[in-house]
Design a binder for this molecule. Structure first.
Ligand SMILES: [Zn+2]
Ligand SMILES: [Zn+2]
Length: 424
């Protein structure tokens, strides 16, 4: 480090700024001067940080320790393209350089800290499209948390550097359903995709209705669980379990396990009905009172009922697989007066046959739950921040964006992974 730079720094910020303006070589010297010095350089302003960042990884790390806001700017500013996953069709994801989005009025651009894989994305990967959400070629991924790098004109609630979770959808707030507290059924629900990328644009309506600041103690990848957890919380609430009830959850996928965990945390006796060995372990860890692992539906029904007093059946059965067969299974699990929630969405044009007498004379309530509402999303994030929810248990792997194809291939082969955090 040149004696001149050192001297300049010792003289305070104004001087450092001057030094930095003096050119690149000198900035390098300043950075090499150590921690105190970096801080001072960062404070000197954006241009300076950029130069610091260009000096390589070790330097960036140091900068990061000195305040998020500046670094996020540093990593974003002046770039034109970014890495992003583009879905081109069935099992065809390519990592490409695409333009970095710009925040228009009311919008945000967020640097993705973590994007989580999800059953819906897996379905999209397998089929190559999603009738409602995505038509290729398109950016995709929808469970994310990150840091605001650009706030469009008119955005009052967020600014650069804020850590946020931006939900995948937002209701209009004006239609019949929105005005009746059923925003999940909004006639004009808009969806946002593009989480598997370095940056994502958040549309104005999601910014104003469904973007939440993440409490400081919550890691980004945990906060990214807000969306699926909101669906899970919604599903349990809709099922209306009462104190002392036994709640059975069919399915050991991410959402089945989440509903199970939420029910266990709420103090209900729970029965997890799962298929694979890895799911048995996960269900236990997440608080299942009992775990039933069965190859056949018939046996699962018998064994589950045997866990209830007099084999009468469970009070609430929540189906989280999404096949007609398991929908029917759910109806067979409940006691007289019990409630069934068809939570898992089945493929289009599928049907079930139900025993009308059993439903009528046993007074069974059948219902279904779809998606989430803004109020429930807030509840979900509060649950994650509360500390009892085992967020870490749901994230069983980490991978770089470049590994996305491999990650989905692995998920298709029914590995024991629950969710993988994709770090761009
Ligand atoms: Zn999802
Ligand atoms: Zn609406």
């Amino acid at each position: 480090m040149s004696p001149t730079v050192k001297g300049a720094i010792l003289h305070g910020r104004k001087t450092v700024k001057t030094v930095v303006e003096g050119g690149r070589k000198k900035v390098e010297n300043v950075v090499e001067g150590g921690l105190d010095t970096v801080e001072t350089v960062v404070e000197a302003g954006l241009n300076t940080v950029e130069s610091v960042v260009e000096k390589g990884r070790k330097t960036v790390e140091t900068v990061v320790q000195h305040g998020r806001k500046t670094v996020e700017n540093a990593l974003f500013h002046g770039r034109v393209t970014m890495r992003a996953a583009v879905l081109h069709g069935r099992e065809d994801i390519r990592i490409e350089q695409v333009p970095i989005p710009k925040a228009a009025v009311g919008e945000l651009v967020v640097r993705v800290g973590a994007a989580l894989t999800c059953g819906t994305d897996l379905k999209v990967f397998r089929r190559g499209y999603h009738a409602r959400m995505i038509v290729p070629p398109a950016l995709f991924g929808h469970e994310l948390a990150g840091t605001v790098v650009e706030a469009g004109e008119g955005v009052a609630d967020f600014s650069t550097g804020d850590r946020v979770v931006a939900l995948n959808s937002a209701p209009c707030g004006e239609c019949y359903f929105c005005l009746h507290g059923q925003e999940n059924l909004c006639d004009d629900l808009i969806f946002n995709n593009g989480a598997y990328a370095e940056f994502i644009k958040i549309p104005e309506r999601i910014v104003s209705k469904n973007t939440l600041v993440i409490p400081e103690n919550v890691p980004l990848e945990h906060a990214a669980l807000t969306e699926p957890l909101a669906c899970a919380v919604h599903g349990l609430e809709d099922s209306g379990p009462r104190k002392g009830d036994i709640v059975a959850v069919i399915g050991g996928g991410p959402l089945g396990l989440m509903i199970l965990h939420v029910a266990a945390l709420a103090g209900f006796e729970t029965i997890a009905i799962v298929k694979h060995d890895g799911q048995v372990e996960a269900a236990r860890q997440l608080g299942a009172t009992h775990v039933v692992q069965c190859a056949t539906v018939r046996r699962a029904i018998r064994e589950t009922r045997a866990l209830t007093p007099g084999d009468r059946g469970v009070d609430v059965a929540i189906e989280a697989v999404g096949t007609p067969e398991t929908w029917q299974e759910a109806v067979e699990l409940v006691r007289k007066g019990g409630t069934v929630n068809f939570f898992g969405g089945c493929a289009a044009n599928t049907h079930v046959t139900l025993d009308t007498n059993r439903i009528h004379y046993s007074d069974i309530t059948l219902r279904a739950t779809f998606h989430h509402t803004p109020a429930i999303c807030r509840k979900a994030l509060a649950l994650i921040a509360g500390g009892r929810f085992q967020a870490g248990a749901f994230i069983t792997g980490h991978a770089h964006l470049y590994e996305l194809n491999r990650v989905f291939e692995k998920l298709m082969n029914r590995s024991s992974e629950i969710k993988t955090a994709i770090v761009p």
